[in-house]
Structures are given as C-alpha cells and as structure tokens.
Design a protein around this ligand. Structure first.
Ligand code: ADP
Ligand code: GLC
Length: 487
C-alpha cells in the first residue's frame, strides 16, 4: 500500500509535450516520487502531441459540460517511466495545431487560455473531492504554475476536498485576465477580492494558486527567498512574504538516464569522467555539423535557451564583437523574441566558421551541444532553477552563470579555494552587465588553457549528484507536513 496518493497536475510533460523545464520536471519528478512509494498520477491536457504518443489508453470518466466549460473526458494511460497518466481530453479546447499556450498563426497566446486552464484546474479539483467519478482518490493535489492556479479556489467550495499545494516554476508567468472571466469560469464571486484571486483589478490564476494553496514550493531555495523581495516578486512579493512560513524551496534534479553521456543516443561518441576522449569526438562532430572550423584547441562556447529577456542573452549578443577578437567559437540553439533571433542569425551569417546559430527547438541538437562544447553560457537575469547548467556539468561542460536563483544554488564558482576543495564546477558572475559577462568568459578561458585546472574542474562537474532522489524526499516531507502526518 502506498503511503500517500498524489494527483500531480501539469500543463506539459516530457517526452510527450515540452516547451521548457516544466516538462522535464513533470517527466522526472513523478517517477522519483513513485520510487519512494508515493502513488503519483499525472493529470495533463489532451493536446494532439499527447493523444498521439500516449500509448494504450482507456476512457475512465466522462464529464458533462460543467458551467462555463465544454464536455470532456478522462483517458487513462501509462507513461514509459511507469507513471499513470490521466489525459484530459476536451477536443474543443486542446485538440488544435500549435503549442500548448500559443496560437502559431497570430504568435499570441490562445485567446481561450483562461477556459483551457480553468478546465484543467476544475477537473483537478473534481478528482480531489467527493465529486470524483474515479475509484482512485488522491490524498493531495499538487499543481504547477499558473495553469493549475484555480485548483485551490474550486477545492475551497467542493465537498470532501483534499489539501493542495502549488509549485512555482516561474513567477513571471501569472495568467492574469480581465475580471469578467470570473463569471465565465463559474468561480465563487466572493473570491474576486484582494484576499483571493484579484491582482490589481484583474483576476490572476497564479495569485489564486498562491493564496489558496496549503503550501507553496519553488524550484530552488534561493528563488524562494528572492521572490519575497521587491526585485523578483513580480507584484506578488507582499502575498509571498505573508505566507513565508508556508514556502519551501526544493532544488530540481535531472533525469540522469535521459542525460547520460555514457549512453545518450544523440551523441556521436560516449564518454565519462574517466574516459574523456569521447567528448573531444563530440566537439569535432558538432563543429562539423554546425559549419564551424574543426579545431580541437579553440574554446567552444554554447547556448541552448529560450531567447527571451529572462535569459539575459542580449548581453552575450552585445559582447559578440569583443568575443570575435578572441580565439573562441560560439554555437547558439534557441527560439523566442524575433529581434534576438535576428541578431543571432546575422552574427552567424557574418562570421562563418566562428559563430553558428540554429533558430528552432531541437532536442537532439541540444544534447549534442551540451556534449560537444567546452563552456555553457547562461547569463539569466533571473532563473527559478534552470536545468541546462545541470546538463552541462554532467556532460563535463562548466557553465558560466549569473549569480541568481537556482544557478547560484547549483554552480560553484571556480577559484583557488574551490579548486583546492574540489567543489569548483563553473563560473559565477554578479552584476548583470556585459562587461562582467565578458570578464567572466575571459576568466573561464584562462582556466581552459590550464590543463591541470581544467581537468580538475571538469571532473568535479561530472561527479556531482544531480539525481531526483534528494528532491523527491523533500517533496515527500512537504506532503506529509500538509497532511499533518509525522515526517
Ligand atoms: P526554461 O524552462 O525557463 O526555459 P530550463 O533551463 O528550466 O529553462 O529548461 C529549459 C529546457 O528546455 C531544457 O531542457 C533545455 O534543454 C530545453 N530547451 C530550451 N530551448 C531549446 C531549444 N531551442 N531546443 C531544444 N531544447 C531546448
Ligand atoms: C521554469 C523556470 C526554470 C526552471 C523550470 C523547471 O521554466 O524558468 O528556471 O528550471 O521552470 O522548474
């Protein structure tokens, strides 16, 4: 018998549907929780990508049209990881071409996103209350980000409701909409209140999530502190400060099977801390694939990222002319803001052999970049956790990161002391300026040129423990605390 039953609610899950790190977490945390004897099942919208790839499936419930929502049904399937999946099939809301959040034709968010994610929250609350048609009843509902934010509001008026928690992966995305949606979504009218779901005159999914949840987690301890301050609180710092004792920061782990340089099917050669020849082979293959000069000696810098203000890559693009004077190469994989895409493309075109850019989303190439480059550049303005700095370290690629959020919690700056202690694992800079980034890249290249230090640094990176087990145990403690059971 499982100790705890948890309904994990998410708007994306790898490998079925992914736009960012939330998918990686949703794909990897539930199996790690199940390994701790927690019966986790995942509720996810039935986008075409999910419907097509979900494997053998069975309809387990049909829902009438709840006021405000079209009819829907629940389909049960099992992920390759062994995690049971509850797919919320609602063709009117989810079965359409394009991304989970964005209309590819207009380039804007789907206009019915409040209804789409209102339904996800509504069904999560139904499954966590006496209304559930399933024989499996969770002890707790665990939501993620604004898309699940209304769960607690619906649970607050349901009979037999179980407690719920919410994990913040990114406070910058809040799901704020005009107040008239309150009626459309059939929310209790009294919830539209500053002590409720209202945020500066709008209704806010995330504010609702934070207000109604029994407990709040964030994806790194440092970010848990930062969001209670004015700089990174995104207007919610007051509420977060008032709930300070209910907030826990738990650092993400990574899927160490998916990201394993010894077995990764995307790599041209495999390698490990004890056998680094394979990494040199991957560098050569990457240089050749991306049209860079094939040269084992030149330091190769890389980026895999959403190209948005958050990620701070404008600083990297700004220092590109200075970088070009150094013997370095740069490869960029990313998509996002049109202006940044254009700068990256132009830089690559004007500097063939030295800078390469691939605009788009390419899972295989992201693995090849992590394996083939020497230094990963991640100058995020803010970063709730970040995953690529973990992947880099595991692939023997010290990351260069800004001192913020989860980056500060997971990368140890390389200096004489940390090298001596054997903890150095990358390069950390404070002060979000182009000059600071440039100076740190220069500092990293100096270490790259020192064979003894470089070997030690890469070894430290590759022998760190990034498995989900420790984080899963921390989530278990939160669950037990919320359920009032002893830890
Ligand atoms: P965020 O979720 O804020 O974008 P994370 O670092 O947590 O940042 O996670 C990003 C995830 O998305 C990583 O797994 C990263 O490799 C992946 N990723 C981002 N951009 C691309 C891209 N253009 N192609 C392939 N994978 C990408
Ligand atoms: C968000 C954050 C990122 C985090 C990811 C997974 O996308 O921007 O920092 O790693 O969620 O938790």
């Amino acid at each position: 018998m499982s100790e705890i039953k948890v309904l994990f609610v998410t708007s994306e899950i790898a490998p079925l549907i992914k736009t960012g790190g939330l998918a990686d977490v949703s794909g990897a945390l539930p199996p790690a929780l199940r390994a701790l004897n927690i019966d986790v099942r995942v509720l996810v919208p039935g986008y075409p990508q999910v419907m097509k790839q979900m494997g053998p499936a069975e309809v387990v419930a049909t829902f009438p049209d709840f006021p405000g929502f079209p009819a829907s049904r629940l389909i049960f399937s099992i992920m390759k990881s062994g995690v049971p999946l509850l797919v919320l099939d609602c063709p009117a809301l989810y079965r359409r071409d394009g991304g989970p959040y964005m209309d590819p034709v207009t380039g804007h968010d789907w206009t019915d996103n409040p209804i789409r994610f209102g339904l996800l929250s509504k069904i999560a609350s139904v499954l966590g209350s006496d209304e559930s048609p399933l024989s499996w009843h969770p002890d707790l509902v665990h939501g993620n980000d604004w898309q699940t934010g209304l769960t607690g509001v619906y649970l607050s008026v349901a009979t037999g409701a179980v407690p719920n928690i919410i994990t913040i992966h990114n406070l910058a995305f809040q799901g704020n909409f005009r107040p008239k949606k309150v009626e459309l979504l059939n929310l209790p009218p009294e919830s539209f209140n500053v002590n409720g779901i209202e945020l500066y005159g709008n209704m806010s999914f995330l504010k609702a999530g934070l207000y109604y949840a029994y407990h709040i987690t964030t994806v790194s301890p440092n970010y848990a502190r930062e969001i209670q301050g004015d700089e990174l609180g995104f207007g919610l710092q007051g509420l977060l400060r008032s709930r300070s004792s209910d907030i826990t920061g738990i650092l993400n782990g990574i899927d160490t099977d998916e990201w394993n340089p010894e077995t990764d099917p995307y790599l041209s050669d495999h390698f490990s801390a004890g056998r680094m020849a394979g990494k040199a082979q991957n560098k050569q293959a990457l240089q050749s694939r991306m049209g860079l000069e094939v040269n084992s000696d030149v330091p190769l810098l890389g980026v895999v990222s959403r190209l948005t203000h958050q990620k701070g890559l404008d600083l990297l693009l700004e220092i590109a002319p200075r970088l070009l004077e150094l013997p370095v190469q740069l490869v960029i994989l990313g998509s996002g803001e049109a202006s940044m895409q254009k700068i990256a493309r132009d830089l690559a075109q004007e500097n063939p052999g030295k800078i390469a850019a691939m605009i788009g989303f390419d899972e295989g190439l992201s693995h090849q970049i992590e394996a083939g480059i020497d230094l990963f550049v991640m100058p995020s303005r803010f970063e709730p956790c970040g995953l690529n700095q973990f992947y880099s370290q595991r692939y023997g690629t010290p990351p260069i990161v800004h001192n913020t959020g989860g980056l500060a919690d997971s990368v140890v700056d390389c200096n004489a002391d940390t090298l001596r202690e054997g903890t150095a694992s990358g390069f950390v800079f404070s002060g979000m300026t182009a000059d600071n980034l440039f100076a740190t890249i220069q500092r990293a290249i100096e270490v790259y040129r020192d064979e003894r230090k470089w070997k030690a640094l890469r070894k430290n990176c590759m022998t760190k423990d990034f498995t989900w087990e420790t984080s899963a145990r921390a989530y278990r403690e939160v669950y037990l605390k919320v359920l009032g059971r002893t830890v």
